[in-house]
Design a protein. Sequence first.
Lengths: 243, 337
Amino acid sequence: MIPPLLSVEGVSRRFGGLAAVSEVSLSVGPGEIVGLIGPNGAGKSTLFNLIAGAIPVSAGTIRFEGEDITGLSAPDRCRRGIARTFQVVKSFDSMSVLDNVVVGALVRHPHASRARLKAAEVLDFAGLAGRAAAPAGDLTPPEKRRLEVARALATEPKLLLLDEVMTGLTPAEAQKGVELVRRVRETGVTVLMVEHVMEIVMPLVDRAFVLHLGRELAHGKPADVARDPGVVAAYLGDRRRAA
Amino acid sequence: MAVHALPRDLAETTAAYDRRRRNELLFFGAVVLALAALPLAVRDVYAQNVIVLTLMYAALSQSWNILGGYCGQISLGHALYFGIGAYTTSLLYTKAGILPWFGMLAGGLLAAALALALGYQLFRLAGHYFSIATIVIAEAGLLLVHNWDWAGAATGIQWPYVPDSWATFQFGRDKLPYIYFALGLFVVTWLVTFLIEGSRWGYWWRAVKDNADAAQSLGVMIFKSKMAAAAVSAFFTAVGGSFYAAFVSYIDPESVMAFQFSLLMALPAVLGGIGTLWGPALGAAILIPMTEVTRSYLGGSGRGIDLIVYGALIMVVALARPQGLVSLFTRRPAPKV
């Protein structure tokens, strides 16, 4: 069996008395697209921040390519090959679109001129080449999402963490987003994505992992997970009632 | 429907960047040549004095801009580094006979070292707390020098009268050497900023300023970036202080370390355009002559009026052009590649 690229082992994170994530274990194999789903407040974003190194774990171990990275800082994890996007878009608004992506490319290419070429290449891949010279602050919301993905891809990651990149997009835009994620996987990058919109995640991912109240509720093939009674009650059931 | 960009466009994207950089450098060359010719046309000693101060503040504000404008760490205590430059040079010269040129280097290095030591503590503070801490530390430095007898305490240090010489950098009446040195200082700080802007540090610093969380996720070393910016900024600020001491040949704590100097380094950058190559120079070219003119018109009666005028000007700019006056000259949307 191929060893997993990422394995999260019994990870917990408490904020004061609140256990945002409790003893969660999951693994992501090389080349997979794994969806991390769950209702609001399930702890998805916290788990993401723990994997990316934005906040420290309270307990547990995170391994990347078999090595313990629990104690590494976010920039160090980026160098190892973990890149992420943010749920709330965090572009560098005083810089051009190209310059935003150059910041990511500098991780692998310390010479700025080489990093600029790499950034132009990634912008083209992400379909933003035409906007290279625009100030990042002038982009439309869907373009900003693409910029986030492009910036993360410029770090040449092995694992890409996508935090609700489809949220707030029209169905047509979301479809383009899905295509982009597929093309990312074709380049050999493993994807772990948090997504709210089930209709988008389920056809896209190889496996789904459901989080509820900070704990694992179910995991497996998307179709099986969607039929899981616990999941239906906790997540889909709520949605039906709400609708 | 977006058509897929061709590789030719990729080359065009980076070529546009190279063109813009080259044009910026050519424009800078033209401005420097014009400035070098200026004192040959303006012979009036008072006006030449204003030119020296304007160029000096352009250089100082550019140094401040490296930390405040590019890296986003707003220091209101740069008078400390200015004072360190002025005092190191003056003390080494008057006590040990070491020429100001070496004092300038020593002062710069000392200020950079202190910036690193302070940054090690201060960069744990966020935003406004950092700015407040820089004010407090600069004021503490001022008080220390005030009570330091060996360094002249409140009376300050008078440089000895010597014949005009480049070695001691003392010229009794001739302002030209000071003008050209101040111009040189401006050229160096501008070029350093220009080079940094196109390098990894420049990208890192702007990323730290715009969004530290995102920067960190992209492998940017936040703390290291701030430390590097602080050291470079302090070094050139102290060199400016050394120059000022040699220029006026007499310093006391209030005349080189008062809070006002910290403001005078930050304001031109804010007025002209914070985090831009030309902002500090443009801001200094407006503010400094204006200060000198209001001062000489009002004489002793209008102390502080120049500061009121500053305040008004900054308010107008903040309301009408928050990106600074430089943004008036860039086409909209800014063609920054």
